[in-house]
Design a protein around this ligand. Structure first.
Ligand SMILES: C[S@@+](CC[C@H](N)C(=O)[O-])C[C@H]1O[C@@H](n2cnc3c(N)ncnc32)[C@H](O)[C@@H]1O
Length: 263
């Protein structure tokens, strides 16, 4: 599947419960999605109860046109958290919560840790400028999609979903841009930083630089869509300053991310 295919809108059948939850009161409440069976991946040791929590969270936010985080990515983050006993996860760019919710649910299952998702849920912030490397039709589709979203409803749906999944003590949304949220975090306090906000080169680069002092020693940075032309320069920056410990650049399987361990 090409990037173009990936960006093609799905049918209404794939509208996630988070969005559905934001519908009118007259609509019947959607049935909770059955948990996804998360496959075991060789070398990744995740206890059964944590795996079940991750499966339920992933099932609640199906992949759609604007968010496509894979089960593999959720398992890689889970493995890092468990292996290194990490407790502070910060995600820039939440959208409907496909990558945030599994981490919040995992922390809830473990009874420790905090997952903070930062997203302004704002049309202006979500617009992409660096789309020259995509076919023109695709570039148009991206921003048409961004314009078509009800960002307020999306925010409310994600907040409701955190409650529905029972992870409110371990997961929160900061409705702000990454730049304005950064001062909420103490220096050297973030164990895992997941960068998946605005994908323009300068935005991704600014996220890395603004949050660099906030990373704890030996923290991990997950860079999403690492093969996007606009993200590749930042992949090169991180490769120079950190150790690339994991990478999957396999867009057809919805895996396109790299993990760096910072000094
Ligand atoms: C690709 S989506 C994130 C997908 C999500 N991580 C997932 O797994 O489904 C990008 C998100 O970044 C958000 N965003 C745009 N500009 C931002 C900024 N300056 N700070 C934080 N988030 C931003 C957008 O609102 C959008 O929800």
């Amino acid at each position: 599947m090409s990037i173009r295919d990936r960006l093609r809108p799905k049918t209404s059948a794939s509208v996630p419960p988070a969005a559905a939850a934001a519908g009118t009161a007259a609509e019947p409440a959607p049935a909770p999605a059955p948990a996804v069976e998360v496959p075991r991946v060789a070398g990744i040791h995740v206890p059964d109860d944590v795996l079940t929590a991750i499966g339920a969270a992933i099932a609640a936010v199906p992949i759609d046109y604007g968010g496509g985080s894979s089960i593999t990515k959720a398992l890689v983050v889970a493995d890092l958290v468990l292996e290194h006993e990490l407790s502070t996860y910060v995600e820039i760019g939440v959208y409907k919560g496909r990558s945030l919710m599994p981490v919040g649910a995992m922390f809830a299952a473990l009874g420790r840790g905090t997952a903070v998702g930062i997203d302004p849920y704002s049309l202006v912030e979500a617009m992409q400028d660096d789309l020259d490397h995509f076919p023109e039709e695709t570039a148009q589709q991206v921003n048409e999609f961004v314009r078509s979203q009800d960002w307020d409803a999306m925010h409310d749906g994600v907040v409701a979903l955190i409650d529905e999944l029972g992870c409110g003590d371990h997961c929160e949304i900061v409705r702000a841009t990454s730049a304005s949220a950064v001062e909420r975090f103490d220096d050297a306090s973030i164990d895992v930083l997941h960068i998946d906000g605005n994908h323009d080169t300068e935005s991704v680069r600014a996220d890395v630089e603004a949050y660099r002092p906030k990373l704890s020693p030996g923290a991990f940075v997950v860079l999403d869509d690492a093969s996007w032309p606009s993200v590749r320069p930042v992949h090169a920056d991180l490769s120079a300053s950190g150790e690339r410990v994991f990478e999957l650049l396999d867009l057809p399987k919805m895996n396109d991310f790299a993990v760096f361990r910072m000094p």
